[in-house]
Design a protein around this ligand. Structure first.
Ligand code: B12
Length: 136
């Protein structure tokens, strides 16, 4: 692992639709991030991977119609394990009302279906940091 390289866990929550997380992982690697890519995971498995891989950030893809409770559970587990320094971004499908709930649960940003990859990378450069930076 290179010092100074931001590590992201890119995770697909729930069953199916693993192609989207593959595409996102590829795009973030091309943009210079180190990406650990996991598919079709439970909230518990996602948080365990984040801990074991010592990532700086978690990206969750929710295609399609994911359960808001699962995202809230990820945030709760991060808190329980004293890992709130690992910030979480998500994207994919959610009802409009659930997008507000995801942010209330602590997710930094939610990107709905159709957001362009270049828009994501521009946002990431400004908002995804090494975890050390957040504690300063
Ligand atoms: C490919 C696809 C499939 C493939 C999946 C292949 C695979 N192995 O993954 C197959 C053919 C298997 C499939 C099946 C089904 N599909 Co389908 N599928 C799609 C399709 C065409 C593209 C999804 C995709 O991969 N997008 C690529 C991602 C990268 O793009 P994106 O979704 O726009 O995501 C952007 C943002 O949301 C954001 N983002 C997303 N996640 C994250 C995460 C982070 C961290 C960040 C920063 C950003 C981010 O960034 C992306 C940048 O472009 C969509 C329609 C569409 N055009 O979106 C339907 C779609 C998702 N499917 C749909 C449905 C209903 C189904 C089926 C239930 C159909 C059926 N009756 O069988 C099944 C379910 C299968 C299952 N249980 O998993 C619906 C979902 C509706 C809903 N509201 O939930 C859609 C929207 C089609 C439609 N209009 O009805 N599908």
């Amino acid at each position: 692992m290179d010092a100074g390289t931001i590590r992201i866990l890119m995770a697909k929550l729930g069953d199916g639709f693993e192609a989207a997380v593959g595409r996102l992982s590829f795009a973030f690697r091309e943009a210079g991030y180190e990406v650990v890519h996991v598919e079709n995971q439970s909230p518990e498995a996602i948080v365990t991977s984040a801990l074991q891989e010592a990532v700086d950030h978690i990206g969750i893809t929710t295609l399609p119609g994911a359960k808001i409770e699962d995202i809230a559970r990820i945030m709760e587990l991060l808190k329980k394990k004293d890992m709130s320094y690992v910030r979480v971004t998500a994207g994919g499908f959610l009802d409009y009302n659930d997008i507000d709930k995801v942010k209330e649960a602590g997710v930094v940003e939610f990107f709905p279906k159709g957001t362009s990859i270049s828009e994501l990378i521009i946002w990431a450069k400004d908002n995804i940091k090494l975890t050390d930076d957040w504690s300063k």
